[in-house]
Design a protein around this ligand. Sequence first.
Ligand code: RIB
Length: 330
Amino acid sequence: MTETHRPARIFALGSLNVDLVVQVDRFPQPGETLPGRTFHTFPGGKGGNQAVAVARLGGSPSMAARLGDDSFGEEYLATLIREGVQVNQVERIPGKTTGTALIEVDQRGQNRIVVVAGANECWDDRAVSIALAGIAEGDILLLQLEIPLPAVIEAALIASRRGAQVILDPAPAPEAPLPRELLGALSWCTPNEHEAALITGIATSSAGGQREAALALVRHGVSRAVVKAGARGAWLALEDRAELLPGFPVEARDTTAAGDSFNGGLAWALSHHFSPREAVIRANAVAALSTTGLGAQTAMPTAARLSSFLEKAGITPGEQKNRDTPASDP
Ligand code: RIB
């Protein structure tokens, strides 16, 4: 493999949660008690999910994260190592609990999530700069919003100053508009419809609104914007053009972490030098496959599963590699 074709290194800085998942027939009303169908404990958290999505595809991502000094933290660390994620920058924080997410999944695979941050709160500028000491030009950094916002901004600024590509998944939805200095440091911003509406102030309930929001993100200073539209696919905006790259039909059991799987798949494809358009097509496929099992990371595909899925969908693995097809208006 020549220098130019060597995969770029991928870093993920963000949250690790243990997901406590209950399957329900329907979501309870306030004050109502319902029987749950099953209960499972899964590794999750947006940062960990994105890193594991990359590792499943054969990457070797470096994770920077915080765990508690409890048994959840111990188990999660072992999971990351087993998955092939590099954990040199994963720290256990004395006296802190590991992040936890209480998740209800209904019969249609939709979810409701409450997160307790725990050790994920333990970030400051110094810790970020230590964690990213090794990031360099050509690397890719995955960020989300499940750790304190100042730490996310610092990480984006450090990485973009060094010439790395920064991919921000602005999830969970930010409470206030994202600062311009953060947007300007992003190579990619990948909100879902709801997050895109909050960030841009544009209603995204229609396809036209989603397209407008993607284009608005680019006008706000992001190099490339994606608005994830669930099973319908994802809007990709490059400069003043946008197109919907359709999703892949699957039978969804649990949509938890579909967005994280998308971002892991996007980083993996970019690290293999696919064009933005081809990378988003692959990210759509990774996201679709991830919904076919219960739990955030359970059904994330390997590279072999992704290839055979794409082949069945008529997309040849590797086709159009390195070809930067411009996005077009619908
Ligand atoms: O994006 C899905 C993740 O959100 C879950 O794994 C849960 O931990 C919450 O952080």
